[in-house]
Design a protein around this ligand. Structure first.
Ligand code: NAD
Length: 792
């Protein structure tokens, strides 16, 4: 069995350092190498260093590691992960290549440079180790030319997207010499260990995503020039409106950097002919922008430029910046009212206004182009769709989009407008098939070689929507469903708007506990929404509070607390599967579970103070218990420190920037699991349930010592001085006092052992007293209306 225990990353630039960070995040140590500088910097001279000093010789890679701490979004899931990256250089550390199982080349995009690097790698690597290139589009076949047989068998392209931690796509590009075992290994390793979405690409210019993505961007730029749209107008309809990222078209180009984009476009331009070549011919105004150094975000201006608080757009005719435009059109307004993607897209592309004309004229050529390249750049349409979704963040790939607007209808219009629709698409329609995909009983098929074939998926991918179509649901209400995951495991899924927790979810939890205890081995709490859960149903709580229905709120909170206790002390294992934003009540649902299986990208926190409250569903107690239980047994420790830490986490509404950090913050314990591949989360959580169910016993209720009255005063010291120095408001201090009282365990002597019910009651009382305060209600209102906290 092949294992990657050690890696070498050659090239410590943007991508090399990002890849080394990603490897560190998943626990793989790497050696990061770069070239040896030829001159000393002034600072190095001042320190008396010479060209022989290791600090100088490792300057590039060492500097790259330091930069990782400052970059945003953070490449490191936890700062401590940087310890897994060793900085070195391409002269002094080549012998280390012999210890690596995987050597990944990430140097400048230049065939000669890359070939020279590989020549050296060939001399130093151990036989059998994998060597790959992160090239964006240079031929893999050309890079391996002249290398030894063992090298050639173990060489392939592994194309990560920027930033490597966050972008899901990994294009794997075999050469003709690559051993199929290596190709298959990279797919499994890429998905299961690196957490990526792996797509096999063929060795063609720019592979899949950059080929189609660059084409689409250039078609859009040219349509803008031809029909006189503005940069802002284009971006206002090519982003979230059509299921694509907020950065839409031109902001995406600004982020990528115009120099990089032109380089990538030219790579295709140089290798293709005819109409396609024309599209890849970058318009003059963009070349001028590059020459002016207006490269985008990295140079402070590009298609957009920030002036004060205003964002200006570039006028491509005059090359001057002007007020940002926005396309206002009836089709846009109507599309926003439509619920599903298909309805939205049909309304948009078949409308008759300027937005519709633009969208149709930039979409149709990309669909046709994708169909033309099917089989040439990817094995089938699924590879193209996945690559665009994972690499460019499109909500739907080209063929899924085509299905959404109706294939037969759109093809008719394309042909009428003179587009060359590939024959295989016309044949598909002629044979009575009006879609590239179809679903039957929850199974997904795609059109390939004249017939529908099952879509191949990693067995660890469980799609809840399709699973429900297949198995139905055990029970559902307006906010949640209970589903049979198979093998005796049930899943409780939140389905309310934004997965906000209300009475319907609490009821379903109660039902789930009864049902699972009778008929299942255990329960997963998870979902596949945008975020796991961003908290309680604030609108409902605020409405009741404004109507002075404190009794009602008391009931709701009590029910929620009881449901959490039922989960905690049930007769079966409960595994929570958070991902994305898991805030407030979302965190509170996870904490009582026997095990948390979190996606690596989980942003967890008890953020209630932001809306003028404190956690009311057991969050204070559970975080305190988590921290308390993480301390070694039988060793003397300072209980006050436990209280201080929990107080600080909640008072400052700390949110983890990853699951690893959630562990540093004690939201997760050491034994909780992290799923690097978010698409495997439900599967991993289910396995955790099955594992725990093997010999599960219900936890025994235990008392816990608290810091009591003397500790309360200590907790408040910091908050009081912050108030006196004007850092926090009077209302902040009021909230801090309530929180301190709850965490201290009320007015009891230091070290008193209390039970959980007592702590829950303190929590509930504090929560209710805060909810009555007008300033807390103002905070809630502000959050609901503006989506951000109010400082009052
Ligand atoms: P970069 O310019 O940030 O880094 C390139 C690194 O190569 C630098 O650290 C440089 O010191 C090193 N280098 C230069 N000359 C060298 C030589 N002769 N021998 C060894 N090393 C040398 O570039 P990058 O953006 O990190 O791109 C690296 C590779 O990744 C390229 O092949 C690029 O096409 C590809 N890529 C880039 C992106 C992206 O968005 N930037 C995305 C995917 C793939």
């Amino acid at each position: 069995m092949r294992h990657i225990q050690k890696a070498v990353v050659i090239g410590s630039g943007v991508m090399g350092s990002g890849i080394a960070a990603h490897l560190a995040n998943i626990g793989i140590p790497s050696l990061l190498l770069d070239i040896v500088p030829k001159e000393l910097t002034e600072a190095e001279q001042a320190k008396g260093l010479t060209l022989e000093s290791p600090q100088v010789r490792n300057r590039l890679s060492q500097g790259a590691v330091q930069k990782l701490f400052k970059q945003k979004p953070a490449p490191l899931a936890s700062k401590s992960n940087a310890a897994l990256i060793t900085a070195g250089n391409l002269e002094d550390h080549m012998d280390q290549l012999g210890k690596a199982d995987w050597i990944i080349e990430v140097v400048v995009e230049n065939l000669d440079v890359k070939k020279k690097v590989f020549e050296k790698v060939d001399q130093y690597r151990k036989p059998g180790s994998i060597v790959s290139s992160n090239t964006s589009g240079i031929s893999i076949e050309a890079m391996v030319e002249g290398r030894s047989e063992d090298f050639s068998k173990h060489f392939l392209g592994t194309h990560f997207f920027n930033p490597p931690r966050y972008l899901k796509l990994l294009e794997v590009i075999p050469a003709s010499s690559t051993d199929p075992e290596v190709v298959q290994f990279m797919k499994t390793f890429g998905e299961d260990t690196l957490g990526k979405g792996v797509v096999f690409a063929k060795d063609t210019p720019n592979f899949i995503a950059n080929r189609i993505g660059t084409y689409g961007l250039l078609v859009t730029v040219k349509e803008m020039l031809k029909s006189g749209y503005s940069v802002g107008e284009v971006d206002s309809v090519t982003g979230p409106l059509i299921g694509r990222p907020k950065s839409a078209t031109f902001r995406t180009l600004d982020v990528v950097g115009l120099d990089t984009f032109i380089h990538v476009a030219k790579n295709v331009y140089d290798q293709v002919d005819g109409e396609e070549k024309e599209v890849f011919d970058v318009p003059d105004f963009m070349l001028k922008m590059r020459d002016n150094g207006w490269l985008g975000s990295k140079s402070g201006q590009g298609f957009f430029k920030k002036e004060g608080k205003e964002i200006l757009q570039l006028n491509p005719e005059t090359l001057e910046y002007e007020a940002r435009g926005k396309l206002k059109a009836a089709s846009v307004e109507m599309a926003k009212q439509e619920k599903g993607f298909s309805g939205k897209m049909k309304t948009l592309v078949y409308g008759k206004d300027r937005a519709s004309e633009l969208l149709w004229s930039i979409l149709a050529p990309v669909l046709v182009y994708s169909a033309e390249l099917n089989g040439e750049i990817a094995d089938d349409i699924t590879g193209i769709d996945q690559a665009m979704k994972w690499g460019f963040g499109w909500g739907k790939g080209p063929f899924e989009t085509w299905d959404a607007i109706g294939v037969a209808k759109s093809v008719e219009r394309m042909k009428a407008e003179g587009l060359n629709v590939p024959e295989w698409v016309e044949d598909m329609i002629a044979n009575g098939h009006d879609s590239f995909y179809k679903e039957e009983n929850g199974d997904l098929f795609f059109f390939h070689d004249g017939a529908y074939q099952p879509v191949q998926e990693n067995a660890k991918v469980i799609d809840l929507k399709r699973l429900k179509k297949k198995n139905g649901v055990i029970k559902k209400n307006s906010g949640a469903s209970l589903i049979d995951l198979g093998d005796g495991v049930a899943l409780l899924e939140f389905t309310s708007p934004n997965n906000a927790i209300g009475m319907d979810i609490t009821q379903m939890i109660n039902y789930a506990v009864d049902e699972v205890s009778k008929n299942y081995k255990g329960l997963v709490i998870g979902n596949q929404g945008k975020n796991f859960c961003v908290g309680a149903n604030l609108a409902m709580i605020l409405m009741e509070a404004q109507d002075d229905n404190i009794f009602e709120i008391d009931m709701v909170v009590k029910h929620f607390q009881q449901a959490m206790m039922k989960l905690k002390y049930s007769s079966f294992p409960v595994v929570a599967a958070p991902f994305g934003m898991t805030l407030g009540g979302g965190t509170e649902v996870c904490l009582p579970a026997d095990h948390i299986q979190a996606s690596a990208e989980t942003y967890m926190g008890l953020v209630e103070v932001g809306v003028g409250l404190i956690p009311g569903g057991g969050g204070n107690k559970e975080l305190y218990l988590n921290y308390y239980n993480s301390l070694p047994k039988g060793v003397d420790f300072d209980l006050q420190k436990v209280a201080n830490r929990v107080f600080e986490m909640i008072a400052m509404a700390k949110v983890s920037t990853s699951a690893a950090e959630a562990r540093d913050y004690n939201f997760l314990s050491q034994s909780d699991g992290i799923s690097v591949n978010g698409d495997h989360l439900i599967y991993d959580a289910k396995q955790a349930v099955l594992h725990l169910a093997e010999n599960y016993t219900t936890p025994v209720k235990k008392k816990v010592p608290v810091v009591g009255e003397p500790g309360y005063a200590t907790l408040l010291l910091g908050a009081q001085s912050m108030y006196q120095s004007g850092f926090i408001s009077e209302h902040d201090l009021k909230i801090a006092k309530k929180l301190a009282y709850v965490i201290a365990g009320g007015k009891v002597p230091y070290g008193t052992e209390v039970d959980e019910e007592y702590l829950l009651q303190l929590e509930r009382e504090a929560f209710l007293s805060l909810i009555e305060k007008p300033k807390s209600q103002q905070r809630m209102q502000h959050m609901l209306v503006k989506g951000k906290p109010l400082r009052n």
